[in-house]
Design a protein around this ligand. Structure first.
Ligand code: AVI
Length: 320
């Protein structure tokens, strides 16, 4: 056993490979074709996402980090120290350190769909913060949120950074937040990072970085499907496309077939025209007020909101 496994209590509700198979087959048969973005995050995908956050064009991560640095103490004051901190998605190592330093919870529970990535990150944190119990859970939280054994009588807080909420359709986002509110219970608090509406040129650059890291991240989805489902996507003939769609207020990512081709996936055949695409991700951008309305429909009242001086990104503190 790697040494970290002893320090971390680990709950494996590992999303089975059948989920990938069923959702990919279903999504490829639909029009428009669509594969849910949660499947980006195999180990390589998680690494590529980390690399995206370091590109000069991708402002959300560093802007949110700046907000956590500047306002971490105020956030900790609102969340309540010494309680339980649940984190949705744990690919955010620097952010969680800022919050753990300020908050010093008794129990930290990272939830993530990417098992290996989660275990590595949780193990490191357990070593660095010996005073904090760490219970990690590998779970697809888009399917609901059964939290194993939340202790009673301690302040409960959740941290959902990175604007990952933006990768859900607004209806699903409302539903997920409703689950979070229910899991936290009355008085529970949520700190959530939400990317803001802005000049489309900034958004288009952020999802089309010059070094091609975002393109590699998008295309890695096909590499994963080839490997895990025995598919034969030809990487030479699918290209990354990302653009801001002002109607729905979201950035869309697609993989576009550049020719007429046939692809086999898990025993099924799919026919692609030249120019036909698979929609792989939406990243919704909100106004502060627009997000507060959505959170309100899920049972959260606003307590505070912080934004950077260029109004690129927002961090909300909400209460059930
Ligand atoms: C994780 N999520 C919030 C990122 C986003 O910006 O929607 C994923 C991403 N896709 C392309 N670049 C980053």
């Amino acid at each position: 056993n790697p040494p970290h496994e002893s320090a971390v209590q680990f709950h494996d509700m590992h999303p089975p490979v059948e989920d990938l198979r069923a959702e990919v087959l279903h999504g490829l048969a639909r029009r428009p074709r669509r594969i849910p973005p949660k499947f980006f995050y195999d180990r390589r995908g998680s690494e590529l996402f980390e690399a995206i956050t370091e590109t000069p064009e991708y402002y959300p991560t560093r802007t949110e980090l700046g907000l956590l640095e500047t306002h971490g103490e105020a956030m900790a004051g609102l969340l309540g120290r010494g309680g339980v901190l649940v984190e949705l998605g744990s690919g955010s190592s620097r952010k969680i350190r800022l919050l753990l330093d300020a908050l010093r919870p008794a129990l930290y529970m990272p939830l993530d769909i990417s098992r290996d990535f989660l275990l590595d990150a949780a193990g490191e944190l357990a070593r660095e913060y010996p005073g904090i119990r760490v219970h990690a859970a590998c779970v697809d939280y888009s399917r609901g949120l059964a939290l194993p054994g939340l202790p009673e009588g301690l302040p409960r807080a959740a941290f959902f950074p990175g604007s990952s909420i933006g990768n859900f359709e607004p209806g699903q986002a409302r539903q997920l937040l409703t689950h979070v509110a229910r899991a936290l219970g009355p008085g529970g608090r949520l700190v959530i990072g939400v990317d803001l509406q802005k000049d489309p040129a900034i958004l288009n650059a952020a999802y089309n970085d010059a070094a091609g890291v975002t393109a590699a991240f998008n295309r890695n989805l096909l590499v994963r499907i080839n490997r895990e489902l025995g598919a034969d996507f030809d990487l030479a003939h699918f290209h990354h496309r990302a653009f801001y769609a002002p109607g729905p207020g979201r950035v869309e990512m697609h993989l576009v077939s550049d020719c007429l081709q046939q692809v086999r996936v898990a025993g099924h055949s799919f026919h692609f025209e030249a120019g036909e695409s698979i929609h792989t991700e939406s990243s919704y951008k909100y106004s502060v007020a627009g997000f507060q309305v959505l959170a309100g429909e899920a049972g959260f009242a606003p307590l505070a909101v912080w934004t950077d001086r260029d109004d690129l990104f927002s961090v909300h503190c909400l209460e059930v």
